[in-house]
Design a protein around this ligand. Structure first.
Ligand code: SAH
Length: 526
C-alpha cells in the first residue's frame, strides 16, 4: 500500500473566499479532513460526502485534542494510505504549530505538502481598513505572539514554547513600525505596559480586531494608554489581532468591511431557504456583502418519480415548436435525457427555446450551448405568457419540462392560443432532512435578522419542515425577522400562511433580491 500525504493547508482568516485555489481543490478530494475552530464551516461543505471529518478545535481556554494526538492522527491516517487535509486557520506556519506537524510527518517518513494561507495577522487589520505598511506611516511590521508561552507543557511536547518564553521587550517594542500581536487579548495590559516602558509613546494608536474578516468582526481603537479599558468595556474576547502603530489611524479613512453605510447587510444573519444545489450562489453573494447566511435547504431537487414522459418527449424532441424552461432545475435532467438518447443540442435545431429568467438562460448556455430565443422581462409565469409574441401556435407542439407540482398558468394560456402542450415532469422538489433544530433554535432565540424565500415551494417546505402551523410560539417568532420574497407569487404564498413579507423584490432574480435587501436596510433602517 502506498502511504498518503499530509497537506498542511491555510484556511485563511475566516471569510471562506480567502482560502487559496489549491487549498480548496485539495479539500474537495481529501479522504480525511482535520480542522479546528478558526476554519469557516462552509469550507467543509466542499468535502467529499464520504470524507472523514475530524474536529480538533482549539480555543485558548481549552484544547479539544492535544497537539501530540493531532500529530498522531495525521500520521496514522497517512500511513493507512489516506490523503489527509490538515486545515488550519490563517497560515499554517504562523503560530499554527504547522511546523511541528511537518516535523512529526518527516520523522515518520510521511510526505507533506504546505499550502500557505492568508494570515489573520495581515488580513484582520486589512478588513478593519488598516494597511500594515503605508508610505506615510510605516515601512515595516512585525508579527508577535501575545502569549508568554504557547502551551503550558502538554505531556509529550518539547519544552513548552521555548521561543515565546524568552522575550526581550526592548527588542519587541522597537522591532518594527507596526507591531501585530496574535493571541494577545488576555495579556493586553502587560503588552501595552511593556511597550510604553520600552519607549513607545502612550499616544501610539492601537486597534483590536476581533473575528477579523467574519460578519461578526468588531474593531476597537484607542491608544497604548487607553486601549485596555476600551477593550474591557467592549468585552472583546479571542480571537483578536492587536495592531500597534500609526497605521491604525488610516481606519478612519479606509474602513470598508464593517461599515453599515457601504455595506448595509454587514453582520445580518440571513436565512437562505433554497435547495442546497442552488443555495451557494445566494449565500456567496450575501457573504461578499458582509452578511452571515444560514443555509436551510427546505427543498431538495430529486429525479421525477416517473421518467417515461420526459424520455418520450426527448426522443421526439424535433416535433416541438417551442421548449419552455421555467427553472434552472429542469435544464440538467433534460440535458441528461438527451445524452442518454445519444443526442445533443443539434436535435433541437428546429425548436425555439424559452427561459423563465436569466439564470435559466445561463444554465441553458452552460449545459447545452443554447441561447434562449425568449426570456421575459420578469421571471414569473404571468409575465412569460403576457409577453409571449409567437401568436401563430395553432396545432403546434410545445414542451414544458418542469417540476411535478408546478402551477398551470403557462400551459393554460398556451392551450387557449391553440397549442398542444406537453407538460412533463423533469424533477421533483422534496423536503430534505436538514438542520431543522438549528433553525428552530435561531428563530426562538431571535437570532435571525432576515428570512428569504425564492419560490413558493421554499415557503411550503419551510412551514412543513418547522411544523409552523402547529407551533404557536414558533409562529410568533417568525414574525420578528424581516421577511423577503423574490416576487409577488412567493409573497402571496407567504401571506396565505400568515407571514407578511416586508420586502418583495421588484426584479425577481437573486441579484434583484439582494438589491432589494440592500435598499431596505440602507434606507429604511440606518
Ligand atoms: N495561523 C493563524 C494564527 C493562529 S494563532 C494565522 O495565520 O492567522 C490564533 C490567533 O490568531 C488568535 O488568537 C488570534 O490572535 C488570531 N486570529 C486568527 N483568526 C483571526 C481572526 N479571524 N480575527 C482576529 N484574529 C484572528
Amino acid at each position: 500500500m502506498t502511504t498518503g500525504t499530509v497537506f498542511l493547508i491555510g484556511a485563511g482568516p475566516g471569510d471562506p473566499g480567502l482560502i487559496t485555489v489549491r487549498g480548496k481543490s485539495i479539500l474537495q478530494t481529501a479522504d480525511v479532513i482535520v480542522y479546528d475552530r478558526l476554519a469557516h464551516p462552509s469550507l467543509l461543505q466542499c468535502a467529499r460526502d464520504d470524507a472523514e471529518m475530524i474536529f480538533v478545535g482549539k480555543s485558548s481556554a481549552h484544547h479539544a485534542m492535544l497537539q501530540p494526538d493531532i500529530n498522531k492522527v495525521l500520521v496514522e491516517r497517512a500511513l493507512a494510505g489516506k490523503q489527509v487535509a490538515r486545515l488550519k486557520g490563517g497560515d499554517p506556519f504562523v503560530f499554527g504549530r504547522g511546523g511541528e506537524e511537518a516535523e512529526f510527518c518527516r520523522a515518520n517518513n510521511v510526505q507533506f505538502v504546505v499550502v500557505p494561507g492568508v494570515t489573520s495577522a495581515i488580513a484582520a487589520p486589512a478588513y478593519a481598513g488598516i494597511p500594515v505598511t503605508h508610505r506615510d506611516a510605516a515601512s515595516s511590521f512585525a508579527v508577535i505572539t501575545g502569549h508568554e508561552r504557547d502551551d503550558k507543557g502538554e505531556a509529550g511536547t518539547r519544552a513548552a514554547g521555548v521561543a515565546e518564553g524568552r522575550r526581550n521587550w526592548a527588542n519587541i517594542a522597537n522591532a518594527a513600525d507596526t507591531l501585530i500581536f496574535l493571541m494577545g487579548v488576555e495579556a493586553l495590559d502587560d503588552i501595552t505596559a511593556r511597550l510604553q516602558e520600552h519607549g513607545r509613546s502612550p499616544q501610539t494608536p492601537v486597534a483590536l480586531v476581533q473575528w477579523g474578516t467574519w460578519p461578526s468582526q468588531r474593531v476597537v481603537t484607542g491608544t497604548l494608554a487607553t486601549i485596555v479599558s476600551l477593550v474591557k468595556a467592549a468585552a472583546i474576547t479571542p480571537p483578536a489581532v492587536c495592531v500597534v502603530g500609526d497605521v491604525v489611524n488610516l481606519r478612519e479613512k479606509l474602513q470598508w468591511w464593517d461599515d453599515g453605510d457601504v455595506r448595509p447587510l454587514f453582520g445580518k444573519r440571513i436565512l437562505v431557504t433554497r435547495a442546497r444545489e442552488q443555495a451557494s450562489s445566494l449565500a456567496d453573494t450575501l457573504r461578499l456583502e458582509g452578511a452571515d447566511p444560514v443555509v436551510f435547504p427546505t427543498i431538495k431537487i430529486a429525479p421525477p418519480v416517473d421518467i417515461t414522459a420526459l424520455a418520450n418527449a426527448v426522443a421526439n424532441v424535433g416535433k416541438y415548436r417551442w421548449i419552455i424552461f421555467t427553472s434552472v432545475n429542469a435544464v440538467k435532467p433534460f440535458a441528461a435525457e438527451l445524452a442518454a438518447n445519444r443526442l445533443d443540442a443539434r436535435a433541437l435545431a428546429s425548436c425555439k427555446v424559452a427561459a423563465i429568467g436569466p439564470a435559466t438562460a445561463d444554465k441553458l448556455m452552460q449545459c447545452l450551448g443554447i441561447r434562449a430565443d425568449f426570456v421575459p422581462t420578469n421571471a414569473v409565469a404571468e409575465c412569460l405568457v403576457d409577453e409571449w409574441h409567437d401568436s401563430d401556435l395553432g396545432g403546434s407542439y410545445i414542451l414544458l419540462p418542469r417540476a411535478a407540482d408546478a402551477r398551470d398558468v403557462i400551459p393554460d394560456r398556451l392551450k387557449q392560443m391553440g397549442a398542444i402542450v406537453d407538460v412533463v415532469s423533469a424533477y421533483n422538489t422534496v423536503a430534505p432532512e436538514s438542520e431543522t433544530d438549528q433553525v428552530r433554535d435561531l428563530l426562538l432565540g431571535n437570532k435571525l435578522d432576515v428570512l428569504t424565500f425564492t419560490a413558493s415551494s421554499t415557503v411550503h417546505n419551510f412551514v412543513a419542515a418547522l411544523q409552523l402551523t402547529t407551533n404557536a410560539e414558533l409562529m410568533k417568532s417568525v414574525a420578528s425577522p424581516t421577511i423577503a420574497a423574490i416576487g409577488p407569487v412567493t409573497a402571496q404564498t407567504l401571506r396565505e400562511y400568515g407571514m407578511n413579507p416586508n420586502i418583495v423584490a421588484p426584479t425577481h432574480t437573486i441579484p434583484g433580491l439582494i438589491q432589494a435587501l440592500q435598499e431596505f436596510f440602507g434606507t429604511n433602517h440606518p
